[in-house]
Design a protein around this ligand. Structure first.
Ligand SMILES: [Ca+2]
Length: 248
């Protein structure tokens, strides 16, 4: 190897080393700088959350709901990194296929009772304001709530004999979206035997703590569905204690 080649080799070796070092320093400074920047200028944001009580009685956080009414839902903005920004919240409640909200709420956390059937969308918009500076947030995917149409039916008979089968007279399983309800049962002389105010409740066949006789009784139900349907159910029901294999 001649002297020139040796010099060139040394030069490039140094140069490469130098470049690598510079890169390392640059990356390091960039990371430190980025962290500092992130700490100094964290962008305020929100994490919208929807909470409701499911049919099992448990509170759940979901992005959608399919089922009956009434349904109470809590919407929370859950802001973070606000710094000195003032958040201005706007919850827009719309019906599917409508751009115009039927309701707008301006709270950080808002509660709404869905009592009408239909397909709803709920979206959070936020303006974070600091002096003349405004940062806008818009929820990409709105919460989706599909409230079912109402359903309410009653059986013709029940067997309150304590065997655990069909012992309580009540609405058939599958009743849904009933937002107001009142039921009474009278005997053939018009005397009230029972009264209840929720579709999941019923009559155990007793009156004043004692078993009522077998036979025909008269049910009168007035109820209203989330879809606006009015129920006015009057029917004869049979109280049977000896038979279990009765049609529900
Ligand atoms: Ca029974």
């Amino acid at each position: 190897m001649n002297k020139l080649a040796q010099m060139m080799q040394n030069f490039f070796a140094f140069s490469l080393h130098d470049t690598a070092l510079r890169c390392c320093i640059a990356v390091f400074l960039s990371m430190v700088g980025h962290n500092l920047y992130a700490q100094l200028a964290a962008t305020p944001t929100v994490t919208p959350q929807m909470t409701y009580t499911n049919t099992d009685g448990q509170q759940v956080q979901e992005a959608s709901y399919n089922g009956g009414a009434p349904l109470r839902v809590v919407f929370e903005a859950t802001p973070k990194d606000l710094g000195n920004y003032t958040p201005l919240y706007e919850w827009q409640f719309t019906r599917e296929n409508s751009a115009t909200p039927f309701l707008t709420r301006y709270e950080q956390t808002t509660t709404y009772d869905f009592i009408e059937s239909g397909n709803f969308r709920v979206r959070l918009l936020v303006s974070f304001v600091l002096g003349n500076d405004t940062i806008s947030y818009s929820q990409d995917d709105p919460f989706v709530l599909n409230i079912a149409e109402s359903k309410l039916e009653f059986p013709n008979a029940f067997t309150p004999n304590g065997d655990g089968i069909n012992d309580i007279f009540k609405a058939k399983d599958g009743h849904q979206s009933i937002v107001s309800f009142q039921a009474t049962v009278v005997n053939r002389w018009g005397k009230q035997m029972a009264r209840w105010n929720h579709p999941s409740e019923g009559w155990d066949g007793k009156s004043g703590g004692t078993d009522t006789p077998e036979g025909a009784y008269y049910l009168n139900v007035t109820a209203r569905g989330a879809d606006g349907r009015n129920y006015n159910i009057k029917k004869t029901i049979n109280l049977l204690r000896r038979y279990d294999a009765i049609a529900k």
